[in-house]
Design a protein around this ligand. Structure first.
Ligand SMILES: [Zn+2]
Length: 234
């Protein structure tokens, strides 16, 4: 229960408009944003964040999947897979690890370390290609990576009774979990994410050079040859 002075500050704050440009709603509690933008911030790591559907990054996902499949013995890939595997096992055993309950859920649904690595790397690659759609501002990229990973398995449901009737209610992902899991992935695997994106960019450049080479003119770039003057010769 907030103290009298805190209630007073909250009542003043609620009279102010949300800090998001163009939003005409009033602020919630002691925060800078209205209910709507606070909700967005808690789900997507920024009041300006929005849902990132798998379709948006499916190209990057397939490219990362192909790259990892081609280099299964890459030291970084192997280390990352082992590290994620340990994280999942610890979570399943109930040890204190970031996002323990949700990582245990992934483990129970047999989500593999490789799936987690591929998904997280694909989101990072998407950010590198589309920084305006998925910027690394506030916690937007961190939340997007964690959200995509933690949704690799169905969310848990709890039963609630409404008017005496049981109803299944989905347990949403918590903002603290998204932040902790996303930061943990980025802090440990960030170097590998960058290496994967560099390799994808190199392959893309190679493909572009190949396409350009196909269009190379058969005539060297020099002054056009003067045609033979057959009349003078005659
Ligand atoms: Zn707002």
């Amino acid at each position: 229960m907030p103290s009298t002075s805190a209630r007073h500050i909250i009542s003043i704050n609620r009279k102010l408009l949300c800090k998001v440009s163009g939003c005409s709603r009033h602020r919630r509690g002691l925060g800078h944003w209205c209910n709507f933008h606070t909700g967005r911030s808690q789900r997507y790591g920024s009041p300006l964040g929005s849902v990132l559907r798998k379709k948006a990054y499916e190209v990057e996902y397939e490219q990362v999947r192909g790259l990892i499949a081609k280099h299964p013995t890459h030291a970084g890939v192997q280390s990352a897979v082992a590290w994620i595997g340990e994280w999942l096992s610890d979570a399943a055993l109930g040890n204190v690890v970031p996002g323990q309950a949700d990582m245990r859920r992934l483990s129970h649904h047999n989500v593999s370390p490789l799936q987690i690595l591929t998904t997280a790397s694909a989101i990072f690659a998407y950010h590198c290609r589309e920084p305006r759609r998925l910027p690394d501002d506030a916690d937007r990229l961190t939340f997007a990576i964690a959200r995509a990973v933690l949704l690799l398995a169905p969310l848990d449901y709890r039963t609630s009774y409404l008017s005496g009737k049981p109803k299944s209610i989905c347990r949403p992902l918590k903002a603290t979990t998204l932040r902790n899991v996303g930061k943990h992935l980025r802090s440990v695997l960030g170097v590998l994410f960058i290496g994967i994106v560099d390799e994808l960019n190199r392959q893309w450049q190679q493909h572009k050079d190949f396409r350009m080479s196909l269009g190379t003119s058969f005539t060297p770039h020099q002054s056009p040859a003067v045609p033979f003057n057959t009349k003078e010769k005659a």
